[in-house]
Design a protein around this ligand. Structure first.
Ligand SMILES: Nc1ncnc2c1ncn2[C@@H]1O[C@H](COP(=O)(O)OP(=O)(O)OP(=O)(O)O)[C@@H](O)[C@H]1O
Ligand SMILES: [Mg+2]
Length: 238
């Protein structure tokens, strides 16, 4: 069976919540499916931190001189990250001329087994990592994450144009840190001057997520209610 579908979680803008959304979404999907996460952020891998696996390493297997990784399993999620392997294995595993080639190596050298969905946590930007992932890993879909900040929205418009050029279908947008919830009432407090990002960017908003501790305190055993409707929206499209 192998990997049925690959979904990249991306944004040109840094810090809008790609890694956080990727972890929560994978956790939501893992209730019904076999899921993997590939942390493709070479310069700032985060998934091993979110999953509280700072002291873990995937087992390295050598067969007929070929090395491969057994991904770390958390519930129904198989995880491999540049964060696990960059330092210790760098000299042995990552001699490729371009660091971005390491993303493909990490994907190819990992024994994912059968997966329904592999999520790729992308670094910010529109550069080499994106071109490598698009041309060599060939995701079936990309999910864009943005905030409503006008800077993030402009960057999301750039991301949209890039994925259209690369011919990778965009599932839609997650509107992250969209509002806060007042501690004294259930009132939603807008974080940004309201704009219609669906019109502005020209993509469907699959859901809006507040700025909340529930998101930062990721726990793979405890899913957040904010992802149920986004999960259903995604399943209607992919
Ligand atoms: N909905 C949210 N509520 C509260 N905090 C959030 C939310 N989403 C993300 N954060 C916080 O915002 C910061 C940036 O999030 P994250 O690292 O997931 O973004 P990113 O887009 O992956 O960043 P990078 O571009 O550096 O990879 C983190 O401290 C994270 O905990
Ligand atoms: Mg990130």
């Amino acid at each position: 069976m192998g990997i049925k579908q690959i979904i990249a979680i991306a944004s040109a803008k840094g810090g809008v919540g790609k890694s956080t959304i990727c972890a929560h979404l994978a956790s939501q999907f893992s209730k019904d499916f076999k899921v993997g996460i590939l942390d493709a952020d070479i310069y700032g891998p985060n998934q091993h931190i979110l999953f509280d696996l700072l002291d873990s390493k995937p087992e390295v297997q050598i067969e007929d001189g070929n090395k491969s990784f057994i991904p770390i399993k958390v519930n129904n999620i198989s995880l491999n990250s540049m964060g696990f392997v960059l330092d210790n294995e760098k000299a042995v595993m990552w001699r490729g001329p371009m660091l971005s080639g390491a993303i493909k190596q990490l994907k190819d050298l990992t024994q994912w087994g059968d997966l329904d969905y592999l999520f790729i946590d992308m670094p910010p930007g529109t550069g080499d990592a994106y071109l490598t992932v698009a041309s060599e890993i060939k995701p079936n879909y990309v999910l864009l994450v943005t905030s409503q900040s006008k800077l993030a929205v402009q960057d999301t418009i750039k991301s949209k144009a890039m994925f259209e050029r690369l011919k990778i279908p965009i599932i839609g947008i997650v509107d992250n840190m969209s509002y806060s919830i007042s501690p004294n009432s259930d009132e939603k407090i807008s974080e940004f001057t309201p704009i219609n990002i669906e019109n502005e960017i020209g993509l469907k908003v699959l859901g809006s997520i507040p700025r909340t501790k529930q998101l930062t305190d990721f726990n793979p055993n405890k899913s957040s209610i904010f992802f149920e409707s986004i999960y259903n929206e995604i399943l209607k499209i992919i």
